[in-house]
Design a protein around this ligand. Structure first.
Ligand code: ADE
Length: 358
């Protein structure tokens, strides 16, 4: 039944596609960077990151050679930092195995680190015109509505069978536009939050969910596991203009990034002062800060915070913690946006907020 969507969808896309920075040219590197950024982040949030990333690292070689801290700093605020680490691994493979040229081959693209079926399909089709599907959440929503299907879109088998179906209808001469048109329709017409705009949808004529009046019920997603809650006490340890930061372990959540020192649990002033003295530091004043929370995909941090001013003493760096000028952290140290609420007390701004109007 899907064959009939091809023509109206492409005509609609020709007239309604948004002008987006990564659509200016279809160079595989640009397409790849945009698709990775767009995987977990909204289009509007990605725009400034995309420009800045490409200016700093204009090609595969620059990405392959970029020092890790600079790389993470460029990604700061986008979250899911393994995405950019994997991109760098893939860039190194492309340098070594393909002489720096992105391979124009679906299977070779798929075998690169951090690239799954969606990204391989998107890059293959948009950059090289290879007729392979790129099924993301937008596409799953559009198609489960068109087909009035109650199947759980989080199931791999459901995704696989839709990929197969798209493969059989994807037009050989406009594969990239077709995939982007489906994504675009899901993003601006057959929207995820709020009412679908069926009155302006080019697929309304054949949409079974519309016909049955069940658009709002689809797609079906079985409930995900609940997030684990973690309590943390975040510290701004200040000595003059300097504040303490430390590097996170190389593995696990926010691997290799820098953070404000923090302790497990929701601690009171006396407990915090106890730890600080144990680290060999001399606290002068302690000030409780407002609570904050940050939601990751599987964990939620519930944070309480303290600003502590310290007396200058001889050996202040301890336990992996070191003191740097507060403004320097903004420039040189990638600090996850999870700490943004507390970074503000240091008068620095992190991640996406750096691009928002103030
Ligand atoms: N989301 C994922 N890929 C996209 C693209 N190429 N354009 C707009 N939104 C997207």
């Amino acid at each position: 039944m899907l064959k009939q969507i091809v023509k109206p969808l492409l005509s609609w896309y020709d007239g309604h596609a948004r002008v987006l920075p990564w659509r200016e040219d279809n160079h595989p590197y640009r397409v790849w960077v945009s698709e990775i950024m767009l995987q977990q982040t909204r289009v509007e949030a990605v725009k400034p990151f995309f420009e800045r990333f490409l200016n700093a690292l204009p090609d595969v070689k620059a990405l392959a050679e970029c020092p890790e801290d600079t790389l993470l700093k460029l990604w700061e605020g986008l979250g899911y930092y393994n995405r950019v680490r994997n991109m760098q691994k893939a860039a190194r493979v492309i340098m070594e195995q393909y002489r720096g040229e992105f391979p124009a081959d679906y299977e070779k693209i798929l075998s690169l680190p951090g690239i799954g079926h969606y990204t391989a399909g998107a890059v293959s089709s948009i950059a090289f015109g290879i007729p392979m599907p790129a099924v993301d959440g937008n596409v799953l929503r559009v198609l489960s509505r068109v087909k009035a299907s109650y199947e759980d879109i989080l199931k791999q088998s459901v995704k696989n069978s839709l990929e197969k179906e798209i493969k059989s209808i994807i037009p050989g001469d406009r594969a990239g536009d077709f995939n982007q048109a489906l994504i675009e329709l899901g993003a601006i017409v057959c929207v995820p939050n709020g009412k679908a705009k069926c009155d302006i949808c080019p697929l309304a004529f054949c949409c079974r969910a519309k016909e049955k009046g069940i658009v709002d019920e689809l797609p079906r997603k079985k409930a995900k596991k609940e997030r684990r809650l973690e309590q943390k006490t975040v510290l701004i340890l200040r000595e003059g203009e300097r504040v303490a930061i430390r590097k996170r372990p190389a593995k696990g959540l926010l691997a290799g990034m820098y953070e404000l020192p923090n302790l497990e649990g929701c601690l009171g002033e006396e407990e915090v002062l106890g730890y600080i003295r144990k680290w060999g530091l001399s606290p002068l004043r302690i000030l409780p800060l407002a609570g904050a929370r940050h939601i990751f995909s599987h964990v939620e941090w519930q944070m309480t915070g303290y600003a502590v001013s310290l007396e200058e003493t001889e050996h202040m760096d301890c336990d992996g913690m070191f003191f740097v000028d507060a403004k320097e952290t903004e420039k040189n140290y990638p600090i996850p946006a999870a700490f943004a609420a507390y970074a503000r007390y240091m008068d620095i701004v992190l991640g996406q907020e750096r691009y928002e109007e103030r």
